[in-house]
Design a protein around this ligand. Structure first.
Ligand SMILES: C[S@@+](CC[C@H](N)C(=O)[O-])C[C@H]1O[C@@H](n2cnc3c(N)ncnc32)[C@H](O)[C@@H]1O
Length: 452
């Protein structure tokens, strides 16, 4: 029998190394706090509002207070949650519009420039050269808007998100928003973002800052995001209690997130990153615009994708075998007045034909269940029918991992899924567009399939 003490020195060394690493990281974070510099928001692998173009809603800039979004700067430098109209962006834009041609106006005297110089704007900029460049680009943008107008459909929209206090928080396009204000616009077309998606965008950054107490303004701002359904508050709380008691999943309240403010605290079986990452893949594959697109969501579970796409103007039909999931989704449709048609059915080729021609079909982590229930040929028949009915299929399946997974020689998982789709469907353009790890230690390759 191996002596349990024989690898003790190695384990001790490993632990000491980990502690030293953590101490170095913490020391760096403390230095960063004292300098008060912006950390940066990574837009990889999360839902992104960088270039969102639809659906647009007109808002009145004087209708509600506009507040700054989370910057995760230490509290003494943070603008998070503060009045956007009184902030450095609007101040700079107004000064430029009023005095830009006056030789006595010096943009380096503005608060905006000073903050940029110190790296305290929510941009990865620091130092004189970059601060000057930032101001010059800001002036360029103001001139573009003055000369050609704001073109959200072409270059991306300003994004605001409602807060529980009834304000709009500017998440994307602060410079465009400030320029529009300075140029005297009062009504502007914006994309109204969703609090759950913004939290997912900021999750990594929020988890990386330390100590948390130094960033309370950003955390408060993040917590303030959300559109509250006051009218149905009691019934919603009842449904949440029912969900908790129903024990739908083995180790969490629900399988995937429910994209409504009131449901934000429910725990999910799969890592929520998976859902947001797939959602971004769907939006990218649809060129960012799903308004009026017909979507079929197969094995929709509680409807994360269905609701997220319906919120963007898609016309969604969703199919789910389990009646307990279906009943919850139907209740949510009533409570939030959503436009999703949920069907409590088992997936069949006839059902796909009955729904008819659609623009997008989602088939995530579900065909392995159909194959488990009805056999491989049946699963392939469904996929063939989908390819005859749907312009675009977004697909993944579990292979060699988890219950009811498909099996192939180890290492060939990605090749196997490609060959499976090429064999089962009539699609001629089959692309792997990314991967997700629903349980952390597994990989599902996501494919977008089209007719070339
Ligand atoms: C692993 S979950 C995936 C849920 C969702 N597509 C996602 O990726 O977040 C599979 C879902 O398919 C449903 N399902 C299983 N067999 C089905 C069938 N024959 N017809 C319709 N739905 C089915 C399950 O009840 C479950 O909600």
């Amino acid at each position: 029998m191996a002596n349990p003490l024989s690898n003790l020195p190695q384990r001790l060394l490993g632990k000491t190394k980990a502690i030293v690493k953590l101490m170095i990281r913490r020391a760096r974070q403390l230095i960063q706090n004292s300098r008060g510099r912006y950390h940066g928001l990574s837009n990889e692998d999360v839902i992104s509002y960088q270039a969102v173009t639809s659906p647009l809603t007109q808002i009145n800039l004087h209708g509600r207070q506009i507040v700054n979004s989370m910057d995760f700067l230490p509290d003494k430098y943070s603008l998070s949650g503060s009045d956007f109209m009184q902030g450095p962006h609007v101040d700079f834009a107004k000064q430029y519009v009023q005095r830009g041609d006056d030789p006595s106006w010096d943009y380096t005297q503005t608060t905006y420039y000073q903050l940029a110089l110190q790296g305290r704007l929510p941009f990865p900029i620091i130092g004189e050269c970059q601060a000057r460049m930032r101001c010059q680009k800001f002036i360029w943008m103001i001139e573009q808007l003055r000369r050609h107008g704001y073109q959200p459909k072409t270059f991306g929209a300003i994004v605001v998100v409602p807060t529980t206090e009834g304000n709009w928080m500017v998440i994307n396009g602060k410079h465009r928003m400030a320029a529009m204000i300075a140029l005297g616009h009062t009504n502007i077309d914006v994309f109204i973002g969703f609090d759950n998606e913004v939290r997912a965008q900021f999750k990594q950054l929020a988890e990386s800052v330390w100590p948390r107490s130094t960033y309370s303004r950003s955390f408060e701002a993040m917590e303030s995001l959300g559109k509250v359904n006051r009218e149905k508050a009691g019934e919603i709380q009842e449904l949440i209690q029912q969900i908790k008691q129903a024990k739908l999943e083995t180790w969490a309240n629900i399988y995937h997130p429910l994209p409504f403010y009131e449901f934000g605290n429910l725990t999910t079986q799969v890592s929520p990153d998976t859902s947001y990452k797939r959602l971004q893949m769907i939006l990218d594959a649809a060129d960012g615009d799903v308004v009026d697109k017909r979507v079929l969501d197969l094995g929709c579970n509680l409807g994360f994708y269905s609701f997220s796409l319906a919120n963007r103007g898609a016309k969604v039909t969703s199919v789910e075998l389990r009646s307990d999931y279906h009943d919850i989704s139907k209740r949510i449709v009533e409570l939030y007045d959503m436009n999703v048609r949920f069907r409590n059915d088992s997936l069949t080729p006839e059902l796909v034909n009955e729904v008819g021609d659609v623009d997008i079909t989602l088939c995530f982590s579900m065909i392995q269940w159909v194959i488990d229930q009805q056999g491989m040929d049946y699963g392939k028949q469904i996929l063939k029918t989908i390819s005859e009915r749907s312009r675009l299929l977004l697909f993944d399946v579990s292979v060699n991992h988890g219950a009811a997974c498909l099996l192939c020689p180890g290492g060939q998982e990605l090749v196997y899924v490609y060959d499976f789709l090429a064999d089962a469907t009539t699609y001629t353009d089959i692309q792997c567009i990314g991967q997700v790890h629903p349980y952390g230690n597994d990989t599902r390759y996501v494919f977008a399939c089209k007719h070339a």
